[in-house]
Design a protein around this ligand. Sequence first.
Ligand SMILES: [Zn+2]
Length: 327
Amino acid sequence: MADIDQAQSQAFIAALEAGDLEGVRRAPKAEAHTHGPYGGDRDWLRERTGRDIPPLSEPLASLSQMDAWTAEYVSDLFKGADGRRLGWEGAFARARRDGLTRVEFGEDVWMITQGVGEPADLLARIEAARTAIHPEIEWVPQLGFSRHCKRSWLWHWLTPFLEAGGWRVLDLSGDEHAQPIETFQPLYRACKDKGLRLKAHVGEWGVADDVWRAVEVLELDEVQHGIAAADSPQVMRFLADHGVVLNVCPTSNLLLGRVPSLKDHPIRALYDAGVRVTINSDDTLVFGVGVSEEFLALHQAGVFDAGELDQIRRWSLEAKPQPPLAN
Ligand SMILES: [Zn+2]
C-alpha cells in the first residue's frame, strides 16, 4: 500500500474507533448502490427548498409502503427538468459531505418519457450538477430498469440511450417478484455488448437461489443487496469464486424489515464466506443515513472491527467500472 493509502486507512480506523463521524466522512470511499435524487442531503435540500424531509424512524412492512412514503414526502420535489436538477445536486451535496470520491447513479430509462431530456442531454445535465456541487467526485453514469416494466417498453426506451453512448453501468430495481429474471436477459446482453458493467437488485426480498440465478442469467458483475445469499453456503461459494461484488445497504435492510437487527446482519456471514461486499446507503433521504453513518453503525453494533471495515472501504474504491466502449 502506498504511504498515502496507509495514512488514510489509519485515519479511518482511528475515527471509527473514536466514534468520530466527521473523521469517517473524511476517508475516501465509493458508493455503488444509491438512487440518485433519493440519495440527497436532507439539510442541503431544506436550505434550498424550505422542506424538511423526515427520514423513516420505524421499520416498514413492504416496498409499497416505501413508495407511499416517497409519494408523500419527496416525489413532487424531483419532477420535471428543474426537479431532476435539484435531485441530482442534492445527491452530489450528500456525496460531498459523505467523503465519496466516486458515486454510481443515473436515471431509469423510463425517464425518457418524462420530458426531461434526451439521453445525451441527461448525461450533460447530471454532469453539470456534478460540476456545480462536487467537481472533485467521479460520477459513473448508470442506467436503470424497473422490474415491472414490459420488455418491449424497456427495449424502446433503452435503444436511444445505447445509441447515445456514455452510460457505463446498468441496474434493475423494483419488485423482485414482478417478472422472472429471464425476461431481462436479452436487454442485459445488449448492454454487455456495449461494455456496460451489470448490476441488479436481487436477494433483498427473494431467496438465495434467486441471487445465483440472476448472476448466471444476466451475467452480473455486482448484485444490489443479495443478502439472501447468506442462507446458502453453496450460493456464497459461487459468488466468492466468481468475484461477484454485493453492494449491501444495512440500514435499508433494517428499516424494510429484511433483517431483525444490525447486530445480526448477514453481511458478516457473507464477508466470512469470502464474498466481496461494499457498504452503501440505498436512499439517504428515506433511511436517514449516508455511507459514513453505515460504517460507524456497523462498528458500533460489533459486526466488524475497524480494520475489516477499512478493507471493505478499500474494496469499494477498487470495484471500478471500465470506461465505455467506443460507439
Ligand atoms: Zn436499491
